[in-house]
Design a protein around this ligand. Structure first.
Ligand SMILES: *Cc1c(COP(=O)(O)O)cnc(C)c1O
Ligand SMILES: *[C@@H]1O[C@H](CO)[C@@H](O)[C@H](O)[C@H]1NC(C)=O
Length: 305
């Protein structure tokens, strides 16, 4: 699920904060702005007050990107806070070729992004970007402890972040991003992103040449979701127990790859789709040889199933 519509429900004199998961319709994992607009209008007509739309740039499983520009229109129309969960996909902004996927992100009120994913910063390194310039985090989180964070210093105390977060003591996670950025530059980060897309394109084309690999769909990002169909099941899609048998293939292959120590690739079901693998190849150290190994290895581990 990649959209949450949170709203406050007014019940007489009580204000109840309801985490209401709106049942939106999705197209290829993407939010449909017209549907969002309708559901907001519906929620309002039921006496509720929607206040936030959370879009996703790069969903965890399918790697889908919501159409941010058109969602921003809906948010502006209804005066809603627009948040973008770009934890996974946010790094495409470094790529001139692929940043169009996030067109409209500049209109969001807030954006979350994890450099520790695609850019390979050490875990953990997460960013929250806010459009707000009124020191919102300080206003929300400050504790004003008189023994900490003195205000009568010789420099601009707005630079102090200690009183802006829920935790007090914590690691300087941003240093990892800063050092990495200094070390490889914007061009180096762009290359990481572009390379991942190139690897994925190669992997997808190779899969299409092999009989046992069936893509869930053409990837929009670098998530490659696929089933491996063992030889004994090929051409038997019509059989009554086909889906049930297919659901058991990925867990067995995964168990084998772990026990033999060759790979670690995740799988999951999604809606009415039974267990399928999700492979994401974004390490800059990878080469085509690794992709070929991956495909050969899945075949080797699953051919007798
Ligand atoms: C990974 C991910 C998260 C969670 O980020 P953490 O830093 O692991 O908490 C949230 N949203 C999406 C889309 C993700 O892929
Ligand atoms: C902290 O101090 C500021 C400035 O005096 C004040 O506006 C704010 O309400 C205080 N916050 C808390 C949590 O006490």
């Amino acid at each position: 699920m990649n959209l949450w519509l949170l709203y406050i429900q007014k019940q007489k004199f009580l204000i109840i904060l309801n985490f209401h998961l709106c049942s939106l319709i999705f197209f290829r994992g993407r939010m449909i702005p017209e549907d969002l607009d309708e559901k907001i209008t519906l929620a309002k007509s039921q006496g509720t007050v929607p206040f936030l739309v959370s879009c996703t740039s790069g969903t965890t499983v399918q790697g889908a990107f919501d159409p941010l520009d058109r969602i921003a229109d809906v948010c502006e129309k209804h005066k809603l806070w627009m948040h973008v969960d770009a934890a996974w996909g946010g790094s495409v902004l470094f790529s001139k070729q692929h940043r169009h996927l996030m067109k409209g992100v500049d209109r969001a009120n807030s954006v979350g992004w994890n450099p520790h994913k695609m850019l390979l910063a050490g875990l953990q390194c997460s960013v929250l970007l806010l459009q707000d310039t009124t020191n919102l985090l300080k206003r929300c989180h400050c504790a004003n402890a008189s023994y900490l964070f003195q205000q009568d210093k010789f420099y601009d105390v707005n630079l102090d972040v200690g009183d802006k977060s829920v935790q007090c003591s914590r690691k300087v996670d941003c240093l990892k991003l800063w050092l990495m950025w200094k070390a490889v530059g914007s061009a180096g980060l762009e290359e990481r992103v572009d390379k991942a897309f190139i690897h994925v394109r190669y992997l997808v084309e190779e899969m299409k040449k092999r009989e046992g690999f069936q893509l869930l769909r053409e990837p929009e990002f670098v998530n490659v979701c696929f089933w491996f169909i063992p030889p004994s099941m090929r051409g038997k899609e019509g059989h009554a127990d086909y889906q049930e048998r297919l659901a058991k293939v990925a867990p067995v292959i995964k168990e084998r790859m772990m026990k033999q120590g060759t790979m670690m690739v995740g799988y999951q079901p999604l809606g009415n789709k039974v267990n399928f693998f999700r492979v994401i190849a974004f390490s800059p150290l990878l080469s085509k040889k690794d992709m070929d190994f991956f495909l050969d290895e899945i075949e080797r581990l699953g051919n007798d199933l």
